[in-house]
Design a protein around this ligand. Structure first.
Ligand SMILES: [Zn+2]
Length: 109
């Protein structure tokens, strides 16, 4: 029996929709087909959604999973070191953060 869902693998999940779409875009840029699930479930205003309502990124082909992991590790790599300046609000952020603690903007590059 064929079941298409079996070849799907979840590669990433987050309450942060921007991060989820960022992840998917990175995968697509790397030539990996990926889809976002649950994005509308996690958009409740004000409250944090329950864990099962996190938005998720799934890769469509299991053979791409390792490459996808590598891409995401690079995309979200926690580089400790130099503080960086937010391109959006100008705040200085610690090197280990990939997102501005003040306005939520992503570190450029
Ligand atoms: Zn900022």
């Amino acid at each position: 029996m064929r079941c298409a869902a079996r070849t799907l693998k979840r590669i990433y999940s987050s309450h942060n929709l921007a991060a989820v779409h960022h992840a998917r875009n990175r995968l697509e840029t790397g030539g990996i087909r990926a889809v976002v699930k649950n994005e509308f479930l996690s958009s409740a205003m004000g409250d944090l959604p329950p864990a099962e309502c996190q938005a998720e990124v799934w890769v469509l082909s299991e053979k791409d999973f390792q490459a996808a992991e590598t891409i995401l590790q690079n995309a979200f790599s926690l580089k400790s070191g130099e503080p960086w300046k937010c391109h959006s609000c100008g705040e200085t952020c610690e090197g280990q953060f990939t997102q501005c603690w003040r306005c939520g903007a992503y570190r450029a590059g």
